[in-house]
Design a protein around this ligand. Structure first.
Ligand code: G6P
Ligand code: ZN
Length: 601
């Protein structure tokens, strides 16, 4: 390794006369750890696992080794995350490893905080003082998983387009983790004060190195202002009959919510719930859904007791602020409806889409509500496997403007991640637009009105998801193989349906979903079983790719109703016959021993 000879004067002076501390590069011996295989959402493990000596360092060095050395040398890398426990230690370690690997500059959000969408935007758009741009970034998050000393930590690498590393790169990182014997680390760089907005400069064997700590919201706010009409949203928020509630679940979204909703848009401070980021998310699960966003759900009148005053609009985010949940007064907007409604209203309500949409996309298990909009508006539409990376390819090729998933992810081609705050601003824009001519003393057009009007035009996709968590992995596999076989025999399928629930329409086709990427031609197979019914209903079965214990079977149930007089029924009642059919077709109880799902969303 490059060690400076003893007695070397470690102080160097830059041309402008700033004293620079110099550092040495140490080659540290290490041994591989098992199981450092990152998915597209990165490497997620318990904090205790990450705290083992060399564990994080091995992974970071393996990532640098997987990148072309000539691009790493002299590059700028972003390092920040959702602020969960262990982030602060991780940032200091990554800074030293980056410096030792010849990175010229590390960009850190103040307090080590940057939302996942903000990092994506910064990689794509931020320009440094010397005109430089970021080459990639390490995002420190385990998304919606709980945080704290006994909970989860995570690290994920995003590449130059602002999106998560693709499989070829994550596979290479994993290969490197299996054979790593040493990593490079800088000695002589003190802990950086990541609370202070400042640049710290150093001098290393391969040249200058600096760490710039900057305001976490600045770049993101600038981007949002280019997309949305902030004045129109401010006018909506100023209406006495419009009340608003945002729950950041103690994740990083709180930082952006304070800046955007309070400072920029003039919302009341009382509109914000849990907007101070905490290392353990206040002990909760930072997942914006009806189960985990308890306080918001209650505030919006969807729990009990029902409060006397209920805000008109409610929303929540997950830990790293890429997911979102949208609520109206006593009203839940399904993520599948949300993306369809945003797409249907985007051109009028959101300046960024003024010139039209390039196309729209949804993941396969997401309801077909978006398809009906695409058809109605004559837009190109794509159905991709679960996982945001598939949208990224379409967006890079200019084929898709808006996309979404049933798993509470919504976004657009302004970045290459889903974007929780963006989704809220999109909804506020739609509300502002729909109320632009509504006088202050006239009845406000509400979230429920917008959704109901949408169903009136496009019909409604009744939708629910049943999750069977922590099922024996073998049992889950057997259930899926049974369905693979069954799906090819429609006569048998339709016989079972007739015997179970004769009122349910027949199945017109079944398949195991396979996707051929129209951009790079790559094929993704075994992406879940689909049954498509004659009346437009769908049943989808797939295994979760994110579960941590055993296997999680997800069952997605969807029924299309185009008759406007029938779009206001109760979803679970409407879907009950289809649910029965799904359980019989899959032999759910027989295979898993479960008579009920663990979670219904
Ligand atoms: C992550 C990904 C999403 C995906 C979700 C569901 O959040 O970023 O793109 O929809 O996981 O994953 P699962 O495989 O558990 O259904
Ligand atoms: Zn997330």
């Amino acid at each position: 390794a490059d060690r400076a000879p003893p007695g070397t004067d470690h102080r160097h002076y830059s041309q402008v006369g700033v004293k620079m501390v110099s550092f040495e590069v140490i080659e540290q011996q290490t041994k591989p750890f098992d199981g450092q295989k990152p998915g597209t959402s990165g490497l997620r493990k318990k904090v205790k696992v990450f705290q083992q000596e060399h564990y994080l360092a091995n992974f970071v060095q393996s990532s640098f080794n997987a990148l072309p050395a000539d691009r790493v040398k002299g590059s700028t890398i972003v390092v920040s995350g959702d602020g969960r426990y262990y982030s602060k230690d991780a940032i200091q370690i990554i800074i030293r490893i980056a410096a030792a690997n010849g990175v010229a500059q590390v960009w850190v959000g103040q307090d080590g905080l940057l939302s996942t969408p903000a990092v994506s935007g910064i990689i794509r758009d931020r320009v440094g003082s010397k005109g430089e741009k970021a080459y990639g970034g390490f995002i420190l998050t385990a998304s919606h998983n709980a945080g704290g000393p006994d909970e989860d930590f995570g690290i994920k690498y995003n590449t130059e387009n602002g999106g998560p590393a693709l499989e070829a790169l994550t596979d290479q990182i994993y290969e490197n983790t299996k054979t790593i014997t040493t990593y490079l680390i800088a000695e002589g760089i003190p802990d950086i004060d990541i609370h202070k907005i400042a640049t710290s400069s150093f001098s290393g064997p391969s040249g200058p190195f600096s760490v710039e700590v900057f305001d976490a919201t600045e770049d993101y706010v600038k981007m949002m202002k280019q997309i949305f009409d902030f004045e129109a949203i401010s006018r909506l928020l100023a209406r006495p009959d419009f009340t608003f509630c945002y729950d950041a679940l103690h994740g990083v979204a709180g930082v952006y919510a304070k800046r955007i909703f309070l400072q920029e848009l003039g919302a009341q401070e009382s509109s914000l719930l849990n907007c101070t980021p905490k290392e353990d998310f206040g002990g909760g699960h930072p997942d914006p859904n009806l189960t985990y966003a308890k306080q918001l759900v209650k505030t919006m009148g969807l729990g009990s007791p029902v409060p006397e005053e209920i805000p008109e609009f409610g929303a929540a985010a997950d830990g790293d602020a890429d997911r979102n949940m949208i609520l109206g007064k006593k009203f839940f907007v399904t993520p599948s409806d949300s993306v369809a409604i945003i797409a249907a209203n985007a051109v009028g309500a959101i300046p960024y889409f003024r010139n039209g949409l390039k196309g729209v996309a949804r993941s396969m298990p997401t309801s077909a509500a978006l398809d009906v909009v695409a058809k109605g508006l004559g837009l190109r539409q794509f159905e991709v496997p679960t996982g945001w990376k598939f949208f990224g390819n379409l967006m890079d090729a200019g084929m898709c403007s808006i996309c979404g998933e049933e798993s509470f992810g919504t976004g657009s081609d302004h970045i290459r991640e889903k974007d929780g705050i963006w989704a809220v601003l999109a909804w506020l824009s739609i509300l502002a637009y729909r109320n632009r001519d509504v006088a202050a003393d006239d009845k406000l057009v509400t979230v429920e009105d917008i959704v109901t009007l949408h169903w009136g035009i496009y019909g409604r996709h009744y939708y629910t998801r049943y999750d069977y968590e922590n099922v024996d992995a073998g049992a889950a596999k057997n259930l899926m193989s049974h369905l693979v076989k069954l799906q090819s025999n429609l006569t048998a399928v339709n016989k079972i349906i007739k015997e179970t629930r004769p009122e349910v329409s027949g199945v017109k086709s079944g398949d195991e979903f396979e996707y051929k990427d129209p951009v790079d031609g790559s094929v993704s197979s075994h992406q879940g079983i689909r049954f498509l019914f004659k009346d437009g209903s769908r049943l989808v079965f797939r295994l979760s790719g994110t579960g941590s214990v055993g296997a999680t079977i997800r069952l997605y149930i969807e029924q299309y109703q185009s008759d406007k007089s029938k779009t206001g029924a109760d979803a679970s009642e409407t879907l009950a016959p289809l649910v029965d059919v799904a359980l019989v077709l899959s032999k759910m109880e027989e295979f898993t021993g479960r008579s009920a799902p663990t979670v219904i969303t």
